[in-house]
Design a protein around this ligand. Structure first.
Ligand code: ATR
Length: 289
């Protein structure tokens, strides 16, 4: 891909994180712009926490069309914005900002990205379904709120620290009409629940990168053939959790789809155009491999 021809009409989207060196988003978005011949460019900005306020004001001053927000700013950016979408507020995290008539509006495309991935790649709709979440951190929260909004009938949460699962269960109940239940962690997790859910989602960092030999304690033997099991981790391609689930006959997916579709939704929010999903996927795969 050649450099875009930057001129007075070029629209700029940014990524605010700290650090941003290893992000895949610039490659994914710039490939999308190039693929559609758009005069847009996506630039990563390394913003230290004590400069976030100035960076957000800078967005307005410089007229950036939008920005993604990543670690460690997803929560702390909320009070700096003019408006925050309801689901993002319940998630307590913003990953996408759009400048709308001079106002900075915050959204979260992580959770909705997961829902879109389920539809596009796993042929799964959460409507009326029962879901088991392993973990109750920021990623679990985004996914749980989106699942509730998409009509899930029940969300069960198991977490090492039960208080965090309880808090998440209370917050999720605001996002939809559903049953929430906190289940014991590890060995005590009832196999009967594991066997009856429609979807299991592993959201902890256990099994990621250098910790690829780690796996949360889980009653894998209770899984049923064909049951859907997702891990939000995409590196390695198949975590130990997914390997053990696949060995029980489960249908497994890693976190690459969520990463792709959060980008797809951000692209569509900023440009108003349907995203070139295949191009974005190809750009992402090149980064991962
Ligand atoms: P993220 O925003 O990526 O979800 P996070 O908010 O730090 O990250 O949440 C990490 C999740 O993984 C939490 O559910 C955490 O459990 P606790 O609430 O008990 O901290 C879970 N987690 C992290 N390390 C873990 C470990 N070694 N064993 C079990 N759970 C772990």
């Amino acid at each position: 891909m050649g450099l875009p021809e930057i001129n007075g009409k070029t629209k700029v989207c940014g990524l605010f994180g700290w650090p941003v060196e290893h992000s895949f988003s610039p490659a994914m978005h710039n490939a999308a712009y190039a693929g559609l011949g758009l005069n847009w460019v996506y630039v990563p900005y390394s913003v230290p926490p004590n400069c976030l306020r100035q960076a957000v004001e800078g967005m307005r001053a410089l007229g950036l069309a939008g920005a993604n927000v990543t670690v460690p700013h997803k929560q702390s950016i909320i009070p700096l914005l003019d408006k925050v979408d309801t689901a993002a507020r319940i998630m307590g995290a913003v990953n996408t900002v759009r400048l709308e008539q001079g106002k900075l509006v915050g959204y979260n495309t992580d959770g909705p990205g997961f829902i879109q991935f389920l539809a596009a790649e796993a042929n799964f709709s959460p409507q009326g379904k029962r879901v088991l979440l392993v973990g109750a951190g920021g990623a679990a929260r985004a996914v749980a709120v989106a699942l509730a909004g998409a009509g899930a009938a029940a969300i069960y949460i198991t977490n090492r620290t039960p208080e965090k699962a309880e808090q998440l269960a209370r917050d999720v109940a605001q996002a939809g009409q559903l049953t929430t239940r906190v289940l014991p962690w590890g060995r005590q997790l009832p196999g009967t629940v594991v066997a009856e859910v429609d979807l299991v989602i592993q959201t902890t960092p256990l099994g990621m990168g250098a910790r690829s030999d780690q796996v949360p304690e889980f009653p894998f033997t209770a899984l049923q053939p064909g049951q859907l099991v997702c891990d939000l981790i995409y590196n390695p391609n198949r975590t130990l959790f997914l390997q053990m689930a696949a060995a029980r006959g489960a249908t497994v997916f890693n976190g690459l789809g969520m990463l792709l579709y959060q980008g797809v939704l951000a692209f569509e929010l900023w440009t108003g155009l349907p995203a070139p999903v295949a191009i974005m996927r190809e750009a992402l795969l090149k980064q991962v491999s």
